[in-house]
Design a protein around this ligand. Structure first.
Ligand SMILES: Nc1ccn([C@@H]2O[C@H](COP(=O)(O)OP(=O)(O)OP(=O)(O)O)[C@@H](O)[C@H]2O)c(=O)n1
Ligand SMILES: C[C@](O)(CO)[C@H](O)COP(=O)(O)O
Length: 244
């Protein structure tokens, strides 16, 4: 039986698992036109400041590892100091792909970390409810991710010609944090990278080795800042949330 599964079965239900949040923030913001999106202002602080505030104030998270590009180590470390956070363990240099950045972050986690919660630096509006539900689920079954049902009808097309229309009731847009048993995600990501797999999320690494991933409740407001209009939407959502 895999070590992580043995640990999961043995875990004392009364005791909460130690959870490290790994925050990949080492991308190049190509779809944003090359402006480092994690440093763009949302409300009155950078996007990454919102993300770290949400993670730092989550009682289920014990430590945070931020992964960024070498040329951003100085400004990101400064942002981490100025934010007055209490859980940031380190700021480390990422890799050429998101998966490489994540794996570098995981390798910085404390030995006692049982769970790893991987959350995009570019998802600033994650709620405490989303965080709490997905961490609980991963603690119970080893791998979980928040998702929302897709609202559009999705077409699969090749060369501009529709090949099929998948049944929408089975389609979900997956978000972060994606939360896993530490040994499970470390092994799965290392294997995927070794085999040259191109991953767009961390669950895919776990799916590739035949493990099940549970979906939990996501939130349409937990958007990822990807293209310029996402920042406009995030501003509006932030204002709306402050009025609630
Ligand atoms: N080599 C990489 C690539 C991405 N990321 C991070 O992964 C998250 C999600 O990735 P994405 O939105 O694709 O960010 P970018 O790679 O920056 O965007 P683009 O693909 O438009 O260049 C972001 O917080 C990004 O900083 C990372 O840490 N390391
Ligand atoms: C991990 C992710 O946020 C899940 O939605 C996303 O896939 C990562 O970014 P990308 O836009 O797919 O590169």
């Amino acid at each position: 039986m895999a070590e992580w599964l043995k640990r999961l079965l043995k875990r004392n239900r009364e005791q909460q698992a130690f959870c490290t949040a790994v925050v990949p923030a080492a991308g190049s913001s190509t779809r944003m036109g090359g402006q480092d999106k994690i440093l763009l202002t949302l409300g009155d602080v950078p996007v990454l400041m919102h993300t770290l505030r949400a993670l730092d104030s989550c009682p289920r998270i014990q430590e945070i590892v931020v992964v960024t590009r070498e040329d951003l180590i100085v400004p990101i470390s400064q942002l981490c100091r100025e934010g007055g956070f209490t859980k940031i363990k380190s700021v480390v240099v990422g890799g050429a792909s998101r998966a490489e950045s994540v794996l570098r972050g995981i390798r910085e986690a404390s030995e006692e970390a049982e769970l790893i919660a991987i959350h995009d630096g570019a998802r600033p509006l994650v709620s405490q409810a989303v965080l709490d539900e997905v961490i609980r689920k991963a603690e119970e079954c080893g791998a979980a991710a928040p998702a929302v049902p897709v609202k559009d009808t999705i077409k699969q097309a090749v060369g501009g010609i529709v090949e099929r229309t998948p049944d929408r009731s089975e389609l979900f847009a997956v978000q972060t944090p994606q939360v896993f048993d530490g040994a499970l995600i470390r092994g799965a990501l290392a294997k995927a990278l070794e085999e040259g797999a191109a991953l767009t999320d961390d669950c895919s690494a776990v799916e590739r080795i035949g493990m099940k991933v549970s979906l939990t409740g996501g939130d349409y407001t937990n958007l990822k800042i990807t293209t310029p209009e996402d920042l406009v939407l995030a501003e509006a959502l932030l204002e709306w949330r402050e009025k609630l």
